[in-house]
Design a protein around this ligand. Structure first.
Ligand code: SF4
Length: 381
């Protein structure tokens, strides 16, 4: 995640200790236990084109095993556990599991399409201590409904956000930057301003699940850069942008922002550089892990086509991250001057589009000429 708001405007935020751990550079690399994303079901009431799950109604961990999993997570003490899916509220025992989790020392967040969060559900989430709810949003009503395959989804999603706000739950929007939706970034910014949400996250696309078969979704580098510059400007102008604006799934965003600041001679480049160093780049499987509905453990939710890292009970045994020098990245990542900051970005994207975990990440937003970090050595430091 790149915390654009913090990089540009400073401040302290919930989760800073996870995003910006005090120690940087080479190992021992397990600074804290990983954030755990629990995909508790692949069921969903919507059919979004870009979904990393395929909605195959797969068997899930039964309630008893799910409680044992939550017990183990409480022992492992992750910074947070994110209930996700599919659509987590589509799981019939969602509220019972949330109730159970609330009896344990766990910090629970929720990732949802928002359509099933009525006023009573929102109050329950508040009562059970859910710390944050991220709600997916794809643009204005007609676009959102068409992309999600269900008419009326937009209205229900907005109602879910309103219910959460009314119940006093921290809530944010999640927007995925796929090619057919990129022109709607300004629309989603406007919705975020009007709804006065606490956070907005702009996700980069990684072809997986249902999204793997949708060939028009991956955007071109120039298109993504244009929207990233729009996001940077939006935050920099202040105004009504939420206080937390993040991009997710692409560490090169942070380097792009750093380059923009440095080229302008902006003094914030130095603090941005320090924060990016502390962020430690792509950390799937180290800073974050995904537990699928069947209990299988993966580096992240985009890696379900890759070999599993084991079972959820193995989370505490994950090996420490190998030193960067042990990786043999290929292509642009192999020659990149920013590799020690970015650490090869999202390996699942390299694997899904190139068929090789060590190949370059095709989602990198930097131009070839920007891969040389020398100007920083002579300039900022
Ligand atoms: S080329 Fe690879 S390592 Fe370098 S910034 Fe881009 S994604 Fe990161």
């Amino acid at each position: 995640m790149i915390h654009v708001y913090k990089l540009l405007r400073g401040g302290d935020y919930r989760g800073d200790e996870v995003r910006f751990p005090a120690r940087a550079k080479e190992g021992p690399n397990r600074l804290t236990p990983p954030v755990v994303v629990w995909h508790m079901t692949d069921l969903c009431n919507l059919r979004c084109r870009h979904c990393y799950a395929a909605g195959a109604k797969s068997p899930v961990m039964p309630y008893g095993e799910a409680c044992s999993f939550l017990d183990k997570m409480a022992e492992t003490n992750p910074p947070s556990i994110l209930f996700s899916g599919g659509e987590p509220l589509a799981r019939s025992d969602f509220f019972e599991l949330l109730d159970y989790a609330s009896t344990l020392p766990l910090r629970v967040s929720l990732s949802t399409n928002g359509t099933l969060i009525d006023a009573s559900a929102a109050r329950f989430l508040k009562k059970k201590g859910v710390g944050y709810v991220g709600v997916s949003m794809d643009g204005p009503e007609a676009v959102h409904d068409a992309f999600r395959g269900v008419r009326g989804a937009f209205g229900k999603t907005l109602a879910g956000v309103r219910n959460l706000k009314k119940a006093g739950v921290r809530v944010g929007l999640r927007f995925t930057m796929v090619r057919p939706l990129l022109s709607h970034v300004p629309d989603v910014m406007k919705i975020a301003e009007e709804m006065e949400v606490d956070r907005i996250c702009f996700y980069h696309f990684i072809a997986s699940g249902r999204g793997r078969f949708e060939t028009d979704l991956p955007p071109a580098r120039a298109e993504v850069r244009a929207e990233l510059f729009r996001i940077f400007d939006w935050v920099d102008r202040g105004g009504k942008a939420p206080r937390e604006v993040l991009t997710v799934g692409n560490f090169s965003d942070g380097i792009l922002l750093l380059l923009q600041l440095a080229k302008r001679g902006d003094r914030r480049a130095e603090s941005a550089s320090n924060l990016l160093e502390r962020s430690r780049g792509g950390r799937s499987g180290q800073g974050i892990v995904s537990v699928r509905w069947d209990g299988a453990l993966f580096a992240d939710q985009f890696s379900w086509n890759l070999p599993s890292l084991g079972h959820w009970s193995d989370i505490g045994k994950l090996p420490a991250e190998p030193p960067l020098a042990d990786h043999r990245f290929k292509g642009r990542c192999g020659e990149c001057g920013w590799l020690s900051l970015c650490r090869g970005n999202m390996r699942a994207r390299a694997a899904s589009s190139r068929g090789d975990l060590l190949d370059e990440d095709p989602g990198c937003v930097l131009l070839d000429e920007e891969l040389d970090s020398d100007f920083l050595n002579g300039g900022l430091r």
